[in-house]
Design a protein around this ligand. Sequence first.
Ligand SMILES: [Zn+2]
Length: 141
Amino acid sequence: MAALEELEEARAVWLAYEVAFAERRKREKHDGLRRPGSFDDWHRRTWGGFGVAWCDDPAVHPKGPLAGVLRALITALESEPGGHCPVCTSSRIVWKQDMVHEPWCGPVCTGCGILVPQPVLTDEALAQARRVRRRELASVG
Ligand SMILES: [Zn+2]
């Protein structure tokens, strides 16, 4: 029951964001502005879904309620890209592949387990996440 309420609240937060996003896009189109492709990609994949705050590993997940996690992500999306997880501020972000759902691969925070939207991270942070991934592969072999 509590879980369902949490999901409902999270959905409300996300829907409000979707509305704001759609309005902004309309304005930007009118002004002839274009967003970077990666942002569009990310948004399309998460459209109407919960890919945003999805945790690939059910054993690792953010402590706060889903709605709070979504708010943190939305705030980060509306700010300049950074080098930290927007939810738990950890900088230990690892590029994961072969995940069980879309987008199949991406930067995952090892602190709280969320899939960090790529537009939230700087190019440098993304490159760093990929380097960690390679190091891990090397140590396994
Ligand atoms: Zn985190």
